[in-house]
Design a protein around this ligand. Structure first.
Ligand SMILES: [Zn+2]
Ligand SMILES: [Zn+2]
Length: 421
């Protein structure tokens, strides 16, 4: 190593912070100079690591490998240490033109490390690199594009020289897909998983299509991640509602909610109203949520004897018959909540006066609400009226104060539940 360069490096490392103060107007030039310096230093570090490895000096401090030595001696994070070692080996053993291009400043460290990661992973790719003109072609490709675009071009190159290897790698990625879904002790569901590139893009596109309608809407008070969570549930619910899922055990799968009649009868509150039980999962839901779900559902009345025997199983009926729902959809077309434009197929038909409290199942007593706003309306006990002259819906709190913007959380229901006599 040139003594002057070593001296310059030592000076750089030892200089006090004030020596690096950036004068006004010199920011751009110095940022570029610093980046060029970083590139040189990356190349130097790579060569130095190759020497440490070939000499075996990493063993001196008891490290188990040269990567482990980098992690402890240079304090590099594990993946970065491995990238340095892998790139150093590749550029010294097989990709010598790439190393020359890196030192000549034609390629960046990011280019070189990406190239080395892709070029040598299978025997076929190795052979293509070693063939006359093989590596030179790759270096030419890399010099012509940004590091960000290089991965895509390398994928095209790999597909050309080693289609079987690409397919095998793709299958390996695909085999890692998984989703687990488990309920936590506080009733939340925890989703964890990995999707293959096609599956992930499909889900992202479907979520985007649902999320897009909500984000930016006036009065939206959910966070982006809450909107996305609701969108995922909406997708599942939509598939169940539109009967696009296979039957299981002779039944269309859906959510089952077991309720005592009192859960629907009284004004719900946290005090005393019997909760509903949700299957699968056996979680309980408050009477507020039970009433929301019962607004637009298929209802079966089951009577049990005191000894637990089944006395009577009534016929199932929809709380909103299909023909009436069609009329509501034709009139409202969208969720009627202020600012929401979620289309009818994603909406529940809400009983403005709950049917369990005598509200009729009639066009005048029904309106469309998306699931989120349906929950808001029940949770805040909002009153809805339709102004015939204005052809518009008006939302207000139970005390008559009009709803303006997102609902005021201090106004959530406080009504005390009194069981029906
Ligand atoms: Zn409702
Ligand atoms: Zn809505």
């Amino acid at each position: 190593m040139d003594a002057a360069v070593r001296e310059a490096l030592e000076l750089l490392v030892a200089a006090p912070a004030v020596a690096f103060d950036v004068p006004l107007g010199a920011g751009e030039e110095l940022a570029r100079l610093a980046q060029a310096g970083i590139e040189r230093l990356c190349a130097l570090r790579m060569d130095a690591v190759a020497t440490v490895e070939s000499e075996g000096s990493w063993r001196a401090d008891g490290s188990s490998s040269v990567t482990a030595w980098l992690r402890t001696a240079l304090d590099l994070p594990g993946n970065e240490a491995w990238t340095v070692v892998r790139t150093a080996r590749a550029l010294h053993d097989e990709l010598t033109l790439t190393r020359s291009a890196l030192w000549a400043g034609r390629l960046s460290w990011a280019h070189a490390s990406r190239l080395s990661r892709t070029a040598l992973v299978t025997p076929r790719r190795r052979a293509a690199v070693a063939a006359p003109g093989g590596e030179a072609t790759l270096v030419d490709i890399a010099c012509s594009v940004s590091a960000a675009d290089l991965s895509r071009l390398l994928a095209v190159w790999a597909h050309g020289v080693d289609a079987a290897g690409v397919m095998a790698a793709e299958q390996q990625v695909f085999d890692q897909r998984r989703v687990s879904l488990a309920q936590t002790l506080d009733g939340l569901w925890h989703i964890e998983g990995l999707l293959d590139p096609v599956g992930g893009a499909t889900l992202a596109a479907a979520l985007d299509s649902v999320v897009g309608a909500s984000l930016g809407a006036k009065g939206e008070d959910r966070t982006v991640v809450q909107v996305r969570a609701d969108a995922l549930v909406d997708l599942a619910r939509h598939a169940l509602d539109t009967r696009q899922v296979p039957r299981a055990g002779g039944l269309r799968p859906h959510l089952f909610l077991h309720l005592q009649p009192e859960a629907l009868a009284g004004p719900p509150s946290s005090l005393g109203a019997p909760p509903g039980e949700l299957a699968p999962g056996e979680a309980t839901v408050s009477a507020v949520v039970a009433q929301m779900l019962a607004c637009d559902a298929e209802l079966t009345v089951v009577r049990w004897g005191g000894d637990g025997s089944l006395l009577d199983l009534g016929r199932s009926r929809r709380t909103v018959p299909t023909h009436l729902r069609k009329a509501v959809v034709a009139r409202d077309r969208f969720c009627v909540y202020p600012g929401c434009r979620r289309p009818a197929t994603w909406c529940d038909a809400h009983h403005i006066v709950p049917w369990a409290r005598g509200g009729p199942t009639s066009l005048a007593n029904l309106c469309l609400l998306c699931r989120y706003h349906h929950r808001v309306v029940h949770g805040f006990d909002l009153r809805i009226t339709r102004s015939v002259e204005l052809q518009a819906w008006q939302f207000s709190y139970a005390d008559g104060a009009p709803l303006r913007g997102p609902p005021d959380r201090r106004r959530a229901r406080r009504t005390v539940y009194v069981p029906a006599a």
